[in-house]
Design a protein around this ligand. Structure first.
Ligand code: PRP
Ligand code: MG
Length: 212
């Protein structure tokens, strides 16, 4: 019998809650995340611990069948990947922020500016929608440092508690989208695996109801 391959974030803000929901639906994982792959003891499931940003491509290619991933990452990289279920945790928003000292009047103030971000596609389409052209600097982490070191005039990144913005003397000026963890599904799922996924989804729905 084939197993459903589920990707979860290897480390980071989604990892703990992802493992908790798998546990809550009765899927117990044999080995810790030191290994990149683990089998469930009692369910035809294999868990793959992967880097967030790699997961959408793995879903597209059918290398994994499903994933617990932030909607924000799917929107950035996940063209056409289906969301089966919203999971209600790891809520955040993707925002544009500028130094506190800037007298920001509106999105037109971003015209011609340098924006540092790990979400280039998301920012690009937001700016295009608003008829703004800006220069994007793509960086993979610690984006909020960019204005302080003279690399950019603004940043676009996820905001959760707001603490990273605060610590870096930045203020949120545009909210692009809201995000939470979701169960995402590969477009290449076969019937047998779909049946396993259906069971998992049913259990997830019960757990989420219980949490309300
Ligand atoms: C994430 C994100 C923000 C911050 C938002 O960074 O990129 O910087 O968390 O959370 P907050 O609003 O609660 O402060 P992370 O710490 O994961 O590190 P990275 O950007 O270097 O990947
Ligand atoms: Mg960060």
């Amino acid at each position: 019998m084939s197993k459903l391959r589920i990707a979860v974030q290897k480390s980071g803000r989604l990892n703990e809650d992802s493992m908790r929901i798998l546990k809550d639906i009765g899927i117990s994982i044999d080995n810790g995340k030191d290994q990149l792959k683990a089998s469930a003891r009692n369910f035809p499931v294999e868990v793959f611990y992967l880097r967030n940003g790699d997961i959408p491509q793995y879903l597209k290619d059918g290398v994994v069948d499903a994933a617990i991933i932030g909607e924000n990452v799917l929107i950035e990289k996940g063209n056409g990947i289906r969301v089966a279920e919203k999971l209600g945790f790891s809520t955040c928003r993707v925002c544009i922020a500028v130094p506190k000292s800037v007298d920001y009047k509106g999105i037109q103030d971003l015209e011609g500016k340098r924006i540092a971000t790990s979400y280039p596609n998301t920012v690009k389409s937001y700016l295009e929608k608003n008829n703004i052209s800006a220069n994007l600097h793509i960086i993979n982490g610690s984006v909020e440092i960019a204005p302080n070191i003279g690399l950019a005039d603004a940043i676009c990144d996820i905001v959760s508690s707001g603490s990273t913005l605060f610590k870096n003397n930045l203020k949120e000026v545009e909210m692009i989208l809201k995000s939470e963890a979701v169960l995402a599904v590969s477009p290449l799922l076969n019937e047998e695996k779909q049946a396993i996924l259906d069971k998992i989804q049913f259990r997830i729905q019960s757990v989420l109801k219980g949490r309300q």
